[in-house]
Design a protein around this ligand. Structure first.
Ligand code: NCD
Length: 326
């Protein structure tokens, strides 16, 4: 019998038991509980130490990652590449699907079945909600969701939670304010769900047409999370421990005029931030297109560049886990 992720449970007791994430897909943050997060944080922390001390090491020597991106990416794609290479593995990069057989009409399932012949793990970004789940069903090797349309972006949420943990020390008891395009932003969808594992208070600040989907607010309400919606930031900024800023997702709008009407809704700059706590952090998944003024970049509370670096360690941890080495 060929062993793959669909029949792992048929394996005799042993190896896979000691590596609970071995062979698993990472599709949604719903797969994680607090214990899993503690484990990921610990492994990510260790990866940080290893990179600081020895830079590159051979944990995943000989392993190959297929990086399949149907949508633009700078950080997610390059941090997965760096993560794999820092662990001694290598990468098949497919960034411009127009140069691959997808442009000939190949289905996602067939593309994934092809890539898994050559790679041990597939990282996928795709414009459609649910695409990562479809790919995971077709593939026998682990698939990691790097963003499925406006759906989820689980690895970003994990690195966001790790950032909060490293910068503030804990998640319980925090007031987190999510600001910007909460309707289309997959990072805030995943992050809000992940935060609901902790005792947090969540504020949503957005223009009316870009509010957090009501189903998601309901989902968190069921879990007892205190949530409040605002149209302006000034009311909730002074209590905020983590301000998570997002870009208005131009590519998700049906017409340009609607985008133009909301694009500059909020701008974080040193003047606005005078009302915030001295000890808090400002995060952003990036790219930014004017929501945070560069004049704020040197403020110690500006955590968005450090956040990108934490992403490398979290992605190293996730690759090591699904490939059975953590
Ligand atoms: C985000 C994304 O792709 O959802 N970027 C990222 O992965 N860091 C956020 C965005 O594009 O606005």
């Amino acid at each position: 019998m060929t062993i793959n992720k669909h029949n792992l449970s048929h394996l005799p007791l042993g190896d896979h038991k000691t590596a609970p994430w071995y062979g698993k897909d990472i599709i949604s943050v719903k797969q994680f509980d607090r214990e899993a997060l503690e484990y990921i944080f610990a492994v990510s922390h260790e990866m940080h130490d290893m990179v600081d001390h020895i830079g590159t090491f051979d944990l995943l020597k000989g392993k190959i990652l297929a990086n399949l991106f149907y949508e633009p990416s700078t950080r997610t794609s390059s941090s997965f590449t760096a993560a794999m290479e820092r662990l001694g593995g290598s990468v098949i990069p497919i960034n411009e699907v127009k140069y691959s057989s997808v442009s000939k009409g190949e289905s996602l399932a067939d593309t994934v079945r092809t890539l898994e012949c050559y790679a041990d793990v597939i990282v996928l970004r795709h414009p459609e909600v649910g695409s990562a789940a479809i790919a995971a069903k077709a593939a026998h090797k682990p698939v990691i969701n790097a963003g499925d349309g406006i759906g989820e972006h689980p690895t970003q949420a994990l690195l966001d939670a790790f950032t909060i943990r490293e910068e503030i020390g804990h998640l319980d008891g925090l007031t987190v304010t999510l600001l910007g395009d909460l309707k289309h932003g997959r990072t805030v969808h995943s992050l809000a769900r992940l935060l609901s594992l902790y005792k947090v208070k969540i504020n949503y600040v957005s223009p009316d047409i870009l509010r957090m989907p009501p189903e998601l607010i309901d989902e968190l309400k069921q879990k007892g999370i205190e949530q409040t919606e605002y149209f302006t930031l000034d009311e909730c900024l002074p209590q905020t421990d983590v301000l998570y800023v997002t870009r208005v997702q131009k590519e998700r709008f049906a017409d340009e005029a609607t985008y133009e009407s909301v694009k500059g809704a909020y701008v974080i700059d040193p003047t606005v931030m005078k009302a915030a706590k001295e000890r808090m952090i400002v995060m952003h998944p990036l790219p930014r297109v004017g929501e945070i003024s560069t004049e704020f970049d040197n403020d110690p509370r500006a955590a968005y560049f450090r956040q990108m670096e934490y992403g490398l360690y979290v992605r190293m941890a996730l690759l090591a886990m699904v490939l059975g080495k953590a």
